[in-house]
Design a protein around this ligand. Structure first.
Ligand code: AMP
Ligand code: MG
Length: 401
């Protein structure tokens, strides 16, 4: 089988998945960055009552026509009302009610005069200015009216919408459930962080780099378990994961070595092999299959290979599952500020930093087994297949991480 192009591999995988329709209810605190599953209508007017926007006196504008410092108008103060309380009194001709910001404007009043234009009187008040009817008066429903659709189904909730939902009094929010990914790194040599390292062993970083990238792009990890290089053990994990996961991702064991057991795992399951190998570096030996209708994406165990392919290959799948194009990696055109001397038989993805239309390869090893040189990268620079070398000043494509 000749290796697929990256675009062909993505296209093929996308044909097996559809956007998730199932919904779930989440606490308001957890609703940020989730997709709203229903239209949200206002269940009440906001504000629910006419409200004072300042500290002053609620009164009838016609009672203070012509009032000034030279010719003050004196009114009887019949009550005082603060935010959170309702005055039982009505403003009648010649009276006023002392009012604080946020308090309901009492019956009978059609405006509020700010306290700085008065003598702050308690039983009676002297008014030194005039206001027009409905001035300093926030009518009921002036923010929004009951029944208005405030947030449409399908929108991604940000902090502003969380506030709007809170303002509506909603504590539980209907959202589309997240794509669920089972992540199963394989390898006899790897040890979980926090455990002692025996001779010949290395720590498992794939679970964390791949897992963190998946979670940062809208996925929930329905299973995250490291397994040893044993085809049946891996198969058993995949069988258990398939029930709830939308995608199953493994790392390691896809090449042609003695312990590259994922090929046997596919046979044992049994799973249909969709393809083996993509014409890219890193991550050439990616193996993909279909098990019980679920996509099985088996990435190379090399830390950079696994990481780069999480962005290049898996993020487009998450975007489709979540119905969110923003989860797919964004491609931009940029000018390369430095050169890359090597030949690239297949498309190559180099760690780089993009800013303002320019991209600079960050230096250090670009070997697929090296993870430390990912530090400070915000993109992958794409070197097209068949390039002899890349000269500084060339226009290139960049995939933002
Ligand atoms: P493999 O794809 O299994 O042939 O592994 C390729 C290289 O990546 C080997 O050097 C492995 O030791 C290393 N590797 C495999 N899995 C992991 C992992 N989970 N974390 C860190 N390195 C790994
Ligand atoms: Mg291995």
């Amino acid at each position: 089988m000749t290796p697929l192009l990256l675009s062909e591999a993505i296209e093929l995988l996308l044909s097996y998945i559809a956007p998730i329709k199932e919904t779930e209810i989440v606490d308001l605190w957890d609703a940020g960055d989730r997709m709203l599953a229903e239209d949200i209508r206002a269940m009440h007017d906001q504000p629910p009552f006419p409200r004072s926007p300042l500290d002053g006196y609620a009164l009838r504008a016609c009672d203070i026509t012509g009032a000034s410092r030279e010719h003050p108008v004196r009114l009887r103060v019949v009550d005082e009302v603060c935010a959170g309380h309702v005055s039982p009194e009505t403003v009648t001709p010649g009276t006023a009610i002392r009012i604080m910001t946020g308090a309901p404007i009492p019956e009978g009043a059609d405006c509020v005069i700010m306290q700085e234009q008065t003598d702050y009187g308690e039983d009676t008040v002297e008014i030194y200015g005039q206001v027009a009817p409905w001035q300093n008066y926030c009518p009921q429903g002036s923010d929004y009216r009951e029944g208005t659709i405030l947030l449409p189904k399908g929108m991604i909730l940000t902090d502003a919408e969380i506030g709007i939902l809170a303002g509506l009094g909603l504590a539980e929010i209907p959202v589309i459930r997240k794509p669920r990914v089972a992540l199963i790194p394989t390898g006899d040599e790897t040890v979980a962080p926090g455990k002692p390292l025996a001779p010949g062993k290395i720590y498992d970083s794939n679970l964390y780099t791949v897992g963190a990238a998946l979670r940062a792009h809208g996925a929930e990890l329905s299973r995250k378990i490291h397994v040893r290089d044993d085809a049946e053990t891996v198969a058993q994990q995949i069988r258990e994961a398939a029930g709830s996961a939308d995608l199953i991702v493994t790392t390691g064991g896809v090449s042609v070595g003695k312990k590259d057991i994922l090929h046997d795992t596919l046979n044992l399951l049994p799973a249909e092999q969709l393809f083996w190998k993509i014409a890219i570096k890193p991550g050439m030996p990616t193996l993909c299959g279909l098990y019980q209708g679920k996509l099985l994406i088996c990435l190379s165990g090399n830390p950079y290979g696994a990481y780069a392919n999480t962005h290049l290959l898996i993020r487009p799948l998450l975007a489709r599952l979540a119905g969110r194009e923003d989860l797919a990696p964004r491609r931009v055109t940029a000018i390369a500020d430095n050169s890359f001397p090597k030949k690239s038989k297949v498309a190559r993805y180099v760690r780089a930093y993009y800013e303002n239309g320019h991209v600079r390869m960050t230096g250090g090893s670009n070997e697929s087994g090296v993870l430390s040189t990912l530090r400070g990268c915000n993109c992958l620079l794409e070197i097209p297949a068949g390039s002899e070398s890349l000269e500084a000043g060339t226009q290139v494509q960049v995939i933002l991480l």
